[in-house]
Design a protein around this ligand. Structure first.
Ligand SMILES: Cc1cc2nc3c(=O)[nH]c(=O)nc-3n(C[C@H](O)[C@H](O)[C@H](O)COP(=O)(O)OP(=O)(O)OC[C@H]3O[C@@H](n4cnc5c(N)ncnc54)[C@H](O)[C@@H]3O)c2cc1C
Ligand SMILES: NC(=O)c1ccc[n+]([C@@H]2O[C@H](COP(=O)([O-])OP(=O)(O)OC[C@H]3O[C@@H](n4cnc5c(N)ncnc54)[C@H](OP(=O)(O)O)[C@@H]3O)[C@@H](O)[C@H]2O)c1
Length: 531
């Protein structure tokens, strides 16, 4: 524990989702004089401090999920001086001015899929710190120790905690950064700004956010922006994006109990997809709605297991990012495709085995013939693609799905078997069809004239190895820039969207922004006029 951090055991004061220290600052000129003692009663306080929105920031992070949290943790460790890999001279003299803007009202990690019993897909050692600095405050083991569960956790004999526990761990880490995280702020635009004097290069970025409760807009100027907003739901055609009973998996826990209110009711439900989310939702419905009839519509021939075998797992080693980034683009694309079954459209083997057993039990209860199978309450239907979505004529407020069924082409022994179409009427559809990771393209619309290729219609932003966006030559000052996190899979490999390398990557981002020889900090730019 550093002399600056305040230990566990003291009371945390919060006013709603806004930490008391943020509410305290009404006059931007006064807060520099406050000492740690002024915050007596606030537990687990990191070295990062509140920065008034009218100040020029050193770094603003868009989103405060695990990727940004890992950056916050690395920055704390660098300021703490406890991580030899982050000995950054520029950080010795002053605490950088940073803000994390998060649209949710509190820290939450895919809360819509926090299903009872769901487990991590990765060892707890790939936490926010261990791979970079096992002696950090922020390791999962230290979290267990601080919560007096270290010994009992050991007795579980697992590397894979429950998702509920891991979210609690990350929330505990996030709690250290209450000074600098602004919850309920959705970033809507990032605009480059030229300095009034000098070369005409961009020296700051304006990050515009909307208060999700009041709609009020806030703008913060910063030299460095990190965009880490995770994925946005992929709701493919023909599913409508805003139907109250067609729900993306990311919202499952929030909405399913509103749509399926009575656990005993014989609901008819379709789940679409063949990844971990689809399988977990299908399993949950079977377990929690015993009288329901559910079908899992799978585009492919069957559900397949995720490959987390040891040799294959080496693709998630932090060191692999270098070789992936250096690879020729066509090779990189083909190797990412080859390794896709480590993560996408696959299900953990233990869940597949559980689902198989569920279906097998139906063979005993309802019969084993093909005709009996048609009547089973829970079915996995392969080679199915939904082609049309209509209002159901038979279920009140229900949905009729028109489904292309190609299974006869693969599974029928009849000569010249043809694909067919079927209709299913359901009370609700859960669309577990994955995520898009392209929000940065929208946020950076007003910076497209800074692209190296000029403002070509379909051009996409590209990043360097250190995740820094490649702008056109000399258009952006050396000590300013934008970094992307979680949307660089095509250049940095399959670990990019996962937790796998966050500890080391957080350190790399801190170095890239704060160890650059040109980094002078935002002090010289001073305060803006109060709004
Ligand atoms: C159900 C589920 C379970 C998973 N389990 C694992 C696992 O066990 N192991 C693993 O390695 N990976 C897992 N993943 C993959 C997942 O991508 C990572 O665990 C991790 O969440 C990535 O962190 P992130 O910060 O990049 O993105 P996210 O966790 O998505 O965080 C992004 C944050 O940005 C916020 N945000 C988005 N847009 C804005 C905006 N405009 N303004 C402000 N804030 C914004 C979001 O609210 C969110 O809090 C899982 C994914 C899902 C969906
Ligand atoms: N317990 C946990 O830790 C947990 C739980 C859930 C999720 N996760 C993680 O979250 C991430 C995302 O998993 P996910 O399952 O949500 O998404 P995913 O792995 O991307 O799977 C989505 C699937 O939907 C399919 N799909 C897309 N469009 C479709 C359409 N129109 N019709 C039918 N199918 C369609 C995709 O197939 P194609 O690719 O062929 O189009 C893909 O296989 C993964 O990293 C996963 O490990 C973890």
């Amino acid at each position: 524990m550093s002399p600056h951090a305040i230990d566990d055991g003291m009371l945390q004061h919060q006013r709603g989702s806004v930490p008391i220290m943020q509410n305290t600052f009404t006059d931007p000129n006064e807060f520099h004089d406050l000492e740690d003692d002024d915050f007596f009663g606030i537990k687990n306080r990191s070295h990062l401090r509140y920065t008034h929105e009218n100040e020029i920031h050193d770094m603003v992070c868009v989103g405060f999920g695990p990727a940004s949290l890992a950056i916050a943790v690395a920055l704390h460790d660098a300021l703490d001086g406890t991580d030899p890999s982050l000995d950054i001279p520029g950080l010795n003299d002053r605490t950088p001015k940073v803000a994390f803007l998060e649209k949710q009202n509190q820290f939450a990690w895919h809360a819509g899929m926090l299903l009872p019993g769901a487990r991590m897909q990765i060892t707890f050692m790939k936490d926010m710190a261990t791979l970079r600095n096992p002696r950090s405050q922020f390791t999962f083991l230290n979290y267990l120790f601080k919560h007096d569960r270290l010994v009992e956790f050991m007795n579980l004999n697992t590397f894979l905690p429950s998702r509920i526990e891991y979210e609690d761990y990350m929330r505990w880490c996030a709690g250290w950064f209450e000074d600098s995280v602004h919850y309920g702020q959705e970033v809507v635009k990032i605009t480059p700004e030229k300095s009034a004097s000098g070369s005409g290069a961009i020296t700051t970025f304006n990050v515009l956010s909307r208060d999700v409760a009041t709609g009020q807009l806030h703008s913060r100027r910063t030299k460095h922006v990190v965009i880490a907003p995770g994925g946005r739901p992929n709701i493919p055609k023909p599913f409508p994006a805003d139907h109250p009973k067609i729900i993306h998996s990311s919202q499952f826990q929030h909405i399913s109990t509103k749509v399926l209110k009575d656990p005993q009711y014989p609901y008819r439900v379709a789940v679409v997809g063949n990844g971990q989310s689809a399988a977990e939702i299908f399993d949950f419905l079977h377990s929690n709605y015993p009288n329901s009839r559910t079908c899992l519509l799978v585009k492919q021939s069957t559900l397949r297991p995720s490959d987390d075998s040891p040799f294959v797992n080496e693709i998630f080693n932090p060191g692999r990012v270098d070789s992936t980034f250096s690879r020729a683009p066509t090779l990189r694309t083909s190797s990412i495709k080859e390794d896709r079954n480590t993560n996408y459209g696959v299900v953990r083997l233990n869940l597949l085995e559980k689902l198989y057993e569920t279906l097998y039990t139906q063979r005993i209860r309802f019969g084993n013939s093909a005709e009996a199978e048609e009547q089973w309450p829970h079915r996995i239907l392969p080679h199915r693609t939904v082609t049309e979505v209509q209002k159901s004529p038979v279920i009140k407020d229900g949905i009729r799905l028109r489904i292309r069924d190609q299974s006869p082409l693969y599974l029928s022994s009849a000569p010249n078997a043809q694909e067919q179409y079927e209709e299913r009427d359901v009370d609700a559809v859960f669309v577990a069809t994955g995520y898009h990771r392209d929000l940065h393209e929208t946020l950076l619309k007003e910076a497209r004239n800074l692209m190296p290729s000029g403002e070509l219609q379909d051009a996409k932003w590209e990043v360097q190895r250190d995740y820094r966006i490649q702008f056109a030559d000399r258009k952006v000052s050396e000590d300013a820039g934008v970094w992307l996190q979680g949307c660089c899979e095509s250049t940095h490999g399959l670990s990019d969207t996962l937790l796998s390398i966050l500890a080391t990557r957080g350190g790399q981002i801190v170095k890239s922004i704060f160890a650059s020889r040109d980094w002078e900090g935002a002090d010289g730019l001073g305060l803006r006029e109060a709004a």
